[in-house]
Design a protein around this ligand. Structure first.
Ligand code: XIL
Length: 382
């Protein structure tokens, strides 16, 4: 019992002293930037992130959601901002999931990526039926204005145009090219800039480490800039294999794009360990991959990945990140296309129903050898 008022301050001091002191100790133990994680390891070099799916946006996956919060400081929406989902009909916008995605990023203080505004794939059906230039231009203007304005100041980087190039570096015969002509890429960038002048704007594509396609992308970006479009970054998707592309080809691309005055991002990194049907049957891309479904030769690791392949994957990731660190001044972000092997789109592409192992976390949400091989690399201080 407290006998006099003099003792009250004493108890107060003791009480607050203990609670504050324990808070300090607590804080010390969990200081977020001291935790060993990808985002902390590379915090002086580039953002590290992952594409997240709808379950993760709605925080329904406790395991992978805790990985996302611990390891990454940037997120990309795997599907949720694609045209077919957010703008399915000319006057219908559906922002439910996209809003949640952006809230998730803000809540976790992440660099938020918008993927993607103009892409021939996962486009709304009504767009594929347009035959008149003015109609399509209206739809594109409406789409970019509505979506970019909604997330103005919240989405930090937009993949404005995705996959506009053929393998030989010429413009792909997409519905946009057919109906709008070859100025559509420039128009898209200008519309995005108008809607949010402060957002980073990017051109994003795959196979940008292959010399011919790289040349095409360099030409495209150079021309966009010459014509007054704002292009801040080039996204190299990085859906790669164990042996390709070569480190040399990746390095050449980093240097070449950087010389144009844009930052380089690796936006969709994953490394397939499974046989690639194209290797087996030549270079003809327009094949029917259904014939490989259920083919055991194409799906060799149905129970687990052999140690030898785990080691190859770890070494491959280490070599790639070593290169990223060497050029960290030119690279703004590295994003994995998915969080765990369970989530990866490569379990169903290009052949459905396979078991692939392309990411850093396994199906039980545990870090793999590849994760440790990357963390073992020392970050370079700026
Ligand atoms: C993929 C998603 O991961 C899949 O879930 C979806 O079925 C198809 O699209 N390049 C891109 C990404 O720019 O948007 C694609 O994402 C993978 C290839």
């Amino acid at each position: 019992m407290i006998k006099s008022f003099k003792t009250i301050p004493f108890f107060c001091v003791l009480f607050f002293g203990i609670t504050n002191c324990s808070k300090n100790i607590y804080r010390k133990n969990i200081q977020p930037d001291k935790i060993v994680s990808l985002k902390n390891n590379f915090k002086n070099n580039f953002y590290v992130g992952a594409a997240i799916n709808e379950n993760q946006i709605f925080e329904k996956e406790i395991g992978s959601n805790s990985i996302i919060k611990k390891e990454f400081n940037t997120i990309s929406p795997e599907n949720s901002l694609k045209w077919m989902f957010i703008h399915p009909k000319p006057n219908t916008f559906n922002f439910n999931v996209a809003d949640k995605y952006v809230d998730f990023g803000i809540k976790n203080k992440m660099h938020i990526v918008g993927h993607t505004l103009v892409w021939h794939a996962q486009l709304a059906d009504f767009m594929n039926k347009v035959t008149e230039r003015s109609v399509m231009m209206n739809h594109m203007q409406n789409h970019i204005k509505k979506v970019v304005t909604r997330y103005k100041g919240k989405i930090n980087t937009w993949d404005v145009v995705n996959e506009a190039l053929n393998e030989d570096g010429t413009l792909r015969e997409s519905i946009f090219l057919k109906i709008l002509g070859n100025t559509y890429v420039e128009d898209a960038f200008k519309l995005a800039e108008k809607a949010d002048p402060n957002a980073n704007l990017a051109y994003n594509d795959y196979n940008l480490c292959k010399p011919k396609k790289r040349e095409g992308a360099l030409r495209l970006v150079r021309q966009l800039k010459q014509n007054g479009a704002k292009v801040n970054e080039v996204g190299i998707q990085a859906h790669w294999q164990l042996n390709s592309p070569s480190i040399k080809n990746i390095e050449e691309s980093i240097i070449a794009f950087s010389k144009l005055g844009v930052k380089v991002m690796f936006t969709e990194l994953d490394i397939s360990v499974l046989p690639n049907p194209w290797e087996l049957v030549g270079a003809e891309v327009n094949q029917n991959f259904e014939k490989f479904e259920g083919d055991e030769k194409m799906n060799p690791y149905t129970t687990s990945l052999p140690e030898t392949v785990k080691n190859k994957l770890a070494k491959r990731y280490q070599d790639i990140f070593k290169l990223f660190l060497k050029h960290e001044d030119k690279i703004s972000r590295v994003t994995f296309w998915g969080v765990t092997d369970k989530d990866s789109w490569l379990n169903d592409w290009p052949i459905k129903g396979r078991r692939n192992y392309p990411l850093l976390f396994d199906r039980k949400n545990q870090p793999k050898k590849a994760y440790h091989s990357i963390l073992d690399l020392k970050s370079v201080s700026k």
